[in-house]
Design a binder for this molecule. Sequence first.
Ligand code: CA
Length: 219
Amino acid sequence: MKRNWILKPLLLCLLPVLLASCENSPTKRLIGPEPYDSSGQWSGKWVVYDDQLRSDGGVMFIGWGEGFSVDFNSIERPYSGTKCIKVKWDGSDVTTAEGVTGLFTGFSLIVAKDYNYYSTTTKDLTSGAYTTVRFRARKEFLSSNTLLRFEGPIGDENSTPPDNAWQGTLSDNWQEYSFNISGNISSVHRFVTAVLKTTDNAKGNGGVIYIDDISLERE
Ligand SMILES: [Ca+2]
């Protein structure tokens, strides 16, 4: 089961993760998404994040520890507007449902307002006919054995095609990344997932990266 390393932590988040989620509370800044164009038809773009979370959903963390933080209101040289997402991890251990690990951590932007409703809340994005996930990212620092894995919309965890994701290292300057949405988006639980993970099953020094302008697009 290739996805097990991320699946179980997501489904079984521990209390510390939940508390951390509340403290950051980007959901306080939620505004409604605008999936329709002026004619009332689904537009070709679903904005998940630009200067704030626009997905109409919340955030769920995969692991949590003192060395890991996510700031959804970073003003450090954003790609667009005045803000971007800053992900900071020093490579130290984080707590997940499977226990403590130093091999990965990250977050999901989920459909539900918060973790408590994750498993029971889905969104049907079929009418949007989105085919592509697009985001911008840059690094301030990335440990030599650490990369970013960015996953697209996911419904049924076990049927998610493995290519519905992008992973790699990042440039010092903003770059655009995109990949195809391959899979059923009729019952999406989470829009995107960003994970910093080591590549060699060994601990590293984590990274400091920035993400901006995340969207699902029809192309
Ligand atoms: Ca921005």
